[in-house]
Design a protein around this ligand. Structure first.
Ligand code: PRX
Length: 661
């Protein structure tokens, strides 16, 4: 880990204080904040235990808060019995049955609203339907759908019967889908025939069919695919006995479904995410701890009030859509907006129109969307009445100060705090974030860990770093919402998140480097592993490289991230052709053709989100004598940085000059 002492960096930030009117109404004020932190430091288990007792409706309350006898396989509230869907729906029915739970806005602008009572009924019927086709507690069910009320019904129903969902983002290809089905050994798939996103028809059922062709039936068999008929005029291929229409599943089902009462550590979902290896990891979250994390962050970070209209623009296929669409907002009984489309369709002011139309109070989006909206119409928010907004959020990647200031001034009219939330698929809920009624903001900083999260920045030996130096961001104590393991890979879980070479494996290693400034504010610098963050989407370099080398003319490839004005990070590939297709003979046209072919393979293997932005055909890659590709050198090259590393140990030092851009 290079130590980057940088005085300019740590001393040069404007601070934005929170308005008095926000402070006066905030759920957490300075006194409460201090109390929470003090309690968490003095009696960590009691702190989380009390919260879990008060925030969750238990069928049978727990008696043990934390079991760490098999660390790092921590167990929280282990003997407590609950159901997550009950906590998101049933418990609101007495006081909020007729409150709107979801305002769904379709790509074409059609609006559907559903109350808590109606959502409860639909979830019960679908849950009963799932049981009627054989889905049992513990079974894995893939959800491959559009952002929709039905996706939420599917996830909530699966949770209601104690089954485990694994949502696959609709932008992933059929091969990526097949990999996840096989790894999770899922026997059921819930999908949609087709839907429109940005005006474009996306036919997910066809992708499911393609995925199933790729799965050897002797290895794994899918029992049923359930299809939501989102686009009735589409000619949808139905395989008799295997495929079932959603409506047939719910037809005549009882409107009540007694939840499956499960223990707190019962698996809730698996969500695949990219790491440093070629294969995505199935991150496993369980019930009680995860639910608690989403609830407290809704209250503390998003300052949730019963009168709010909450809108998280994420897709349910990512962790943000799980925690801040499917679970957190419903668990606190919020009214929320769910959007099927994209920010720029049919025009670049779609988000601002929607905030005005639905009187959104709390708006949570990603820096890449903000940068894109600035580019396409920095003044467009001014044409809309956005006065309902009271809190803004950012997630997924570092937000650059220019984008932050625009978001703050133009969208939030300089009155809405921005909660820049750092967290991960693995952490389940926000970990670092300003608590908006308490902490002043600095554009680009996630400020500090929320109460109860013991995050610090350390060097390899576990010593805290000084302000201005960079180090590993780690979490020193187990926390309720953290992943429990990697599905079917306990060893990999330990090696990845509790590696021996950093602080002797005592801490959760996030995989990010970070710095502190002299005020103790946290600044995330980026990943320390071979993971890219492209438009807030997490992609492994090895996944992309293995797709590139599937091209018959390609011998080797190395992928690195290159700073990109909109996406945050773009994908840059160094590609070596096989000897018999020497690059010396490649014309510009050949290179273009090869690039297109490579991108077609990537789209097929992973999905269009992983397509390469820039490619350089080279004669070789810089490698150590043991054959390891020196990616750091490649990163230096694409960023135009000086190479300070000793390159004499390279197997082929002369190659460096041929790689320069
Ligand atoms: O590098 C960090 C970055 O996104 C990674 C986690 O990606 P994923 O599991 O896909 O979850 C994204 C949504 C929670 C982190 O390791 N990241 C996330 N939020 C921020 C961030 N980097 C800087 N600032 C953030 N607010």
């Amino acid at each position: 880990m290079p130590s980057l002492a940088n005085d300019n960096f740590i001393n040069n930030h404007t601070t934005y204080s929170i308005t008095t009117s926000f402070i006066n109404q905030a759920n957490i004020n300075q006194v409460k904040f201090d109390e929470l932190n003090q309690k968490a430091h003095n009696n960590y288990e009691e702190f989380w235990g009390e919260l879990a007792h008060t925030k969750i409706s238990w069928h049978k309350p727990f008696t043990t808060t934390l079991n760490n006898t098999k660390a790092p396989f921590y167990k929280w509230f282990e003997d407590g019995v609950l159901n997550v869907s009950y906590n998101c729906l049933d418990r609101h029915l007495r006081s909020k049955a007729h409150k709107t739970a979801i305002i769904f806005e379709a790509d074409d602008g059609a609006i559907t609203k559903i109350t808590y009572q109606e959502l409860h009924t639909k979830v019960c019927q679908f849950a009963n339907g799932l049981k009627s086709i054989g889905v049992k507690s513990g079974d894995r069910v893939i959800v491959y759908m559009n952002n929709s009320i039905e996706a939420i019904i599917a996830m909530q129903s699966i949770a209601r019967i104690g089954a485990i969902h694994s949502v696959v983002f609709g932008g992933f290809s059929s091969i990526a889908l097949a990999d996840r089905i096989i790894d999770a050994k899922a026997e059921y798939i819930i999908t949609v025939n087709g839907y429109h996103r940005g005006g474009k028809l996306i036919e997910l059922k066809k992708m499911v069919d393609e995925a199933l062709i790729n799965i050897d039936k002797n290895i794994h068999q899918i029992k049923h695919t359930i299809i939501h008929n989102r686009t009735p005029d589409l000619n949808t291929k139905i395989t008799p006995h295997q495929d079932i229409w959603w409506n047939d599943v719910v037809d005549n089902q009882d409107k009540e479904c007694i939840p499956e009462w499960v223990t707190s550590e019962h698996p809730l979902f698996i969500l695949y995410t990219s790491g440093s290896t070629g294969k995505p990891k199935g991150i496993l979250h369980t019930s009680g701890g995860y639910l608690l994390g989403t609830i407290v962050t809704m209250e503390w970070v998003f300052d949730y009030k019963d009168t709010d209209c909450y809108w998280c623009t994420a897709d349910v296929g990512w962790i943000t859509g799980h925690s801040y669409i499917c679970y957190g907002p419903l668990a606190v009984g919020a009214t929320q907006v769910i959007f099927e489309g994209i920010p720029t369709y049919p025009s670049a002011d779609r988000f601002w129109q929607m905030i005005e139309r639905h009187k959104v109070t709390t708006f949570y989006t990603a820096p890449t969307a903000i940068r894109n909206l600035i580019k396409l119409g920095a003044t467009l928010p001014k044409n809309h009445n956005l006065s309902s907004l009271r809190l803004l959020g950012s997630v997924g990647e570092p937000i650059n100060p220019e984008a932050w200031k625009w978001y703050y001034e133009v969208v939030g009219n300089s009155k809405c705090p921005i909660v820049d939330t750092w967290w991960q698929t693995e952490t389940g809920c926000n970990m670092l974030s300003p608590i908006p009624g308490v902490q002043a903001l600095k554009p680009g900083s996630c400020v500090s860990p929320i109460p109860g999260i013991m995050a610090v920045i350390i060097d390899e030996n576990g010593n805290s770093i000084k302000p201005g130096e960079s180090g590993y961001l780690v979490i020193t104590k187990p926390f309720p919402s953290q992943l429990r393991t990697i599905w079917n890979a306990d060893d990999k879980f330990i090696k990845t998140y509790y590696p021996q070479d950093i602080a002797d494996g005592r801490y959760y290693i996030a995989g990010d480097s970070a710095q502190l400034d002299t005020d103790g504010y946290f600044w995330i610098l980026g990943r320390i592993d071979d993971v890219l963050n492209v438009s807030g989407h997490r992609l492994g370099t090895m996944e992309i490289e293995s797709a590139i080398t599937m091209h018959p003319s390609i011998a080797e490839a190395a992928v690195v991230g290159k700073p990109h004005a909109i996406k945050g990070e773009g994908i840059f590939a160094f590609v070596v052709c096989k000897k018999d297709s020497s690059i010396k003979d490649l014309s510009q046209d050949d290179k273009t053709t090869l690039t297109n072919q490579i991108n077609a393979i990537i789209s097929k293997e992973i999905g269009a989100i992983a397509k390469i932005d820039e490619i350089k055909f080279v004669e070789g890659l810089p490698k150590t004598r043991s054959g390891k590709i020196m990616r750091r050198l490649l990163r230096n090259i694409v960023r135009g940085e000086e190479i300070t590393q000793d390159i004499s140990t390279l197997e082929n030092p002369a190659i460096i000059n041929t790689l320069k851009l």
